[in-house]
Design a protein. Structure first.
Length: 492
């Protein structure tokens, strides 16, 4: 990396750093995320987080200028530096038994305070859980909780349609109590004794980049947050590359209410791996790995906004409800989703506890935008629980599907097409004939190098090896992270 004239490199070490130091060398590194968030960074400056370190809270990036971005990256050896939006409750003393089989985190006696340069995620005495918990993560994903929405002691005579139960009935069912700022979980013994690690993911973005421009993120591990991994609207010239994003989403976005009566109808949960919300332009997302995402691994979406010149390429995605989601209502131009490998949509932690199950690689909701040059090409889409693709309105005039390798079980539709009628097209030939899409794509099972180790490179000679528009293999070619040990759980 060549620094701009006058640019400064800053170093951050979560173990040996000192916030009172200058931060301009590994020997004088800062320690906290708060120092990073409040630093007066200039275009061209670089912030380096030490590999092997962990920082809790939200990163609030600074903008650069065209051709001279602010960069957030790493230094040292070991696993990527971790940015994490969760609180840990792994010790037996973090829990007490409310009644047989119901365990609560310790209750705070003070109100939360927002520390300088942070998102306000910590309370004064360290016991409060100050935001809704969207994921209850045990032993880094070996097990997880199922979110419930009511106090376990409330008597409710009629079960709402959106709830499977008003009570916590099964092991690891949990509920976030916003009044006492605690988590209550059903478990036969102290959770802190049963698991080595318990992380409670908070409903706050991990990287909160709204209204930022000319920023590069390279080589970070973003995990355990119940809102978005990277989130924010009105972004320009953002590059996200070589990052790992996992265990994201599931937090409460809002309570849906009846328009006339105001009566609560159901809760809405959310959370995407990388989201560009509205008025995004010139953004590049490449060579990332994303897994265990509540909603979409990748998405650009907006209401009455412009979405232009966004490229998604060489990313590897698995176990997310959607691999890619798109919708807009104003203007969309030059969106490219190319050479991505998308596997097992809907097979993640969130699927069975969602109010609506929508496991799909391509989730095109109601796109009313004037759309041109929207290209989905040279990708692999392998297995989904509900359908490979769902489309709610007909905007094929601006959409190209070309040279993709698609595979799914015979009982899963290739396309759910909702435009005046609800078509579920199971057979590949029926889909191609009916919609005239993917005319040069192939429906066949890809042969991956080592899927048990999440090595989703195509084996030489596999179907798709010469399918791409340049005669080479489809899917992610610059496969991210295969030379690094990020302690990925094996495929079950």
């Amino acid at each position: 990396m060549i620094l701009s004239v006058g640019a400064i490199e800053y170093y951050v070490d979560s173990i040996a750093g000192n916030d009172a130091a200058e931060g301009t060398s590994p020997q004088t590194a800062w320690r906290s995320l708060a120092n990073v968030n409040t630093a007066e960074l200039r275009p061209g400056d670089v912030v380096r987080f030490k590999r092997g370190g962990l920082w809790r809270g939200s990163l609030l990036p600074r903008s650069g200028e065209p051709g001279n971005p602010v960069t957030y990256t790493s230094y040292g050896t070991g696993v990527k530096p971790i940015l994490q939006q969760s609180v840990e409750r792994s010790r037996p003393e973090d829990w007490f038994e409310m009644e047989p089989g119901l365990w609560s985190t310790r209750v705070s006696t003070s109100k939360p305070q927002k520390a300088k340069g942070t998102s306000g995620a910590e309370a004064d005495d360290g016991t409060a859980i100050p935001a809704d918990v969207g994921i209850f993560i045990c032993d880094h994903g070996a097990r997880w909780g199922v979110k419930k929405w009511r106090n376990p002691n409330w008597e409710v005579p009629k079960i709402p349609k959106w709830e499977t139960s008003v009570r916590m009935e099964n092991e690891l069912d949990y509920w976030y109590d916003p009044d006492k700022r605690r988590v209550v979980v059903k478990f036969p013994r102290n959770p802190g004794e049963a698991f080595k690690s318990i992380e409670l993911a908070l409903t706050q973005h991990i990287v909160n980049e709204g209204n930022r421009h000319d920023v590069v993120y390279d080589g970070l591990w973003v995990r355990y947050g119940a809102a978005h991994g990277f989130g924010g609207g009105s972004t320009r010239n953002i590059t996200i590359r070589n990052c790992d994003i996992c265990w994201i989403g599931g937090g409460l976005q809002f309570w849906r209410r009846h328009e006339k009566t105001g009566k609560i109808l159901y809760p809405v949960r959310y959370g995407n791996g990388i989201e560009f919300w509205g008025n995004c332009s010139g953004n590049l997302v490449e060579r990332n790995r994303l897994w265990e995402i509540y909603d979409a691994a990748l998405t650009n979406q907006g209401r009455y906004d412009d979405e232009t010149d966004v490229t998604w390429r060489d990313n590897v995605i698995w176990n997310s409800e959607y691999s890619y989601e798109y919708w807009n209502r104003q203007l969309t131009r030059n969106i490219r989703f190319e050479h991505n490998t998308c596997v097992d949509a809907g097979f993640g932690w969130a699927h069975t506890q969602r109010p609506e199950r929508n496991g799909a690689h391509l989730m095109y909701y109601s796109n009313r935008a004037a759309t041109t040059n929207f290209v989905v090409r040279n990708n692999i889409f392998c297995r989904a629980t509900e359908w490979t693709c769902r489309n709610s309105l007909d905007w094929r005039y601006g959409l190209l599907h070309s040279r993709n390798l698609v595979w799914n079980d015979a009982n899963v539709p290739t396309m759910r097409w909702k435009d005046g009628k609800d078509l579920r097209l199971y057979q590949w030939a029926d889909y191609v004939k009916e919609l005239q899409m993917d005319l040069d794509s192939v429906f066949a099972e890809p042969q991956f190098a080592d899927p048990a180790k999440r090595d989703y490179r195509l084996k030489p000679g596999s179907v798709g090896w010469t399918l791409a528009s340049d005669g080479g293999p489809v899917g992610a070619r610059n496969m991210p992270g295969l030379d690094e040990d990020q302690s990925l759980p094996p495929k079950k």
